[in-house]
Design a protein around this ligand. Structure first.
Ligand SMILES: Nc1ncnc2c1ncn2[C@@H]1O[C@H](COP(=O)(O)OP(=O)(O)OP(=O)(O)O)[C@@H](O)[C@H]1O
Ligand code: SF4
Ligand SMILES: [Mg+2]
Length: 375
């Protein structure tokens, strides 16, 4: 496996057959491991009660996630992309149960997590779902030896019968992430950033999970190390049949690891579909804007366009389509009416009046090749 990511191939011509549409991408996902329906998470960011009483200030809700539908097929990778603050981590944390949804459902293997009210009922879910975070140093206890860090989930879920069995399992996990059994005797500060992320992955794997939620797992690492970690994740997925929800700002990394891609804007998924569909024929103006910012490592001399404008405040989102203040295709309907997600001719799901009305021509994405940068 190479230590660098291969570049994203140039976009192809529009992938629409001359007769009829392609199958809806969602129809290709028959047996999702994870299914999220109408998921919303609001944070109460009001002033304290007494201030509100004396100042007459209203309650304020921050709509971090506001109606997200996602299906993640078994053994595959679904990636969420979007600018900072659009709600990616909140979706991830709500799916793993760190936040309670304000609305909507999270289904794991067909079971609605809200029905698992008793701790005993939730334990198997907590064993099968693990999270990997951006900063491995913060997520590893600095006072514990690596052996104890990785052994903790094994002991918590009673997955070994003796201390010897725990040690053997930790040694196996360390080897799986390309470290050595002797590394178990060391402390986290004795490792490099990339090695610490390998320890986090070993710890996540210790409970034999099926589903890993990876929130920016490589963005704190040096560029040269990022590809090694992504390749390791792909190898482990193949060996262990893992399902991933992968979150990243880095579109090259997303292209490298994903089967499915969802583009988030201000708490909603504005476009999602098979990776090749979204990268080769992006339909939503926001997806196009994101793809237009990918660094051009072929040095063709073409000017890269920065993403114009800023993500609005989710406490007071714009009416209608939340992207309309930045969209070159906005019209009166866009300012007044929230677009619903519809299946495009390419099979992807797109929430855009302009696409639905045929005002936005189908054309391939800008001729960018993607290099692996920070982000
Ligand atoms: N616990 C919280 N309390 C209040 N607001 C929050 C909380 N967590 C997140 N938010 C807000 O919710 C919105 C979405 O945040 P989130 O962290 O999910 O975005 P993100 O897409 O992961 O961003 P980034 O790419 O920077 O990690 C932001 O406006 C953020 O400020
Ligand atoms: S709905 Fe309108 S404003 Fe929103 S992305 Fe589509 S064209 Fe642009
Ligand atoms: Mg985040």
């Amino acid at each position: 496996m190479p230590d660098h990511l291969p570049p994203v191939p140039p976009p192809t011509a529009p992938a629409v057959p001359p007769h009829g549409r392609r199958p809806d991408d969602a129809e290709l996902i028959r047996d999702p491991l994870v299914e999220v329906q109408g998921l919303a998470k609001y944070f109460d960011v009001s002033k304290p009660f007494l201030n509100r009483v004396f100042e007459g200030a209203p309650r304020r809700l921050l709509r971090a996630v506001d109606g997200v539908d996602i299906k993640i097929p078994r053994g595959e990778t679904f990636s969420l992309v979007g600018e900072s603050g659009c709600g990616k981590s909140t979706v991830a944390r709500t799916i793993v149960g760190l936040y309670r949804p304000s609305r909507g459902t999270v289904m794991f293997e067909g079971t609605d997590l809200a029905t698992l009210t008793r701790r005993a009922a939730r334990m198997p879910f907590h064993r099968r779902v693990q999270m990997i975070f951006q900063d491995p140093f913060a997520s590893l206890n600095p006072r514990w030896r690596v052996l104890d860090i990785i052994a903790e989930p094994i002991r918590a879920h009673r997955l070994a019968k003796s201390a010897q069995e725990v040690r053997e399992r930790v040694a196996e996990l360390l080897t799986q992430v390309k470290l050595t059994a002797r590394d178990g005797e060391k402390f986290p500060h004795e490792f490099s950033g990339g090695q610490r992320q390998r320890i986090s992955i070993a710890r996540a794997l210790a409970s034999n999970p099926d589903f890993l939620v990876c929130d920016e797992p490589t963005s704190a690492l040096d560029v040269s190390v990022q590809a090694q970690i992504l390749n390791l994740m792909k190898d482990l997925q193949r060996e262990l049949g893992l399902t991933y929800l992968f979150i990243s700002h880095n579109l090259a990394a997303v292209y490298h690891v994903s089967d499915w891609v969802g583009v988030m804007y201000l708490g909603r998924v504005v476009e999602w579909g098979a990776k090749r569909t979204v990268f080769s024929t992006p339909r939503h103006p926001y997806t196009r804007m994101l793809l237009d910012t990918i660094p051009d490592i072929t040095m063709s001399g073409r000017e890269r366009m920065p993403v114009g404008g800023e993500v609005p405040n989710p406490i007071d989102p714009p009416p209608g389509c939340p992207f309309h203040p930045r969209c070159p295709h906005a019209n009166e309907r866009c300012v007044a009416e929230l677009p619903a997600s519809k299946v495009s001719e390419q099979g992807s799901h797109v929430a855009c009046h302009g696409v639905e009305e045929g005002r936005i021509p189908t054309h391939a994405a800008p001729g960018a090749k993607v290099g692996l940068g920070k982000g």
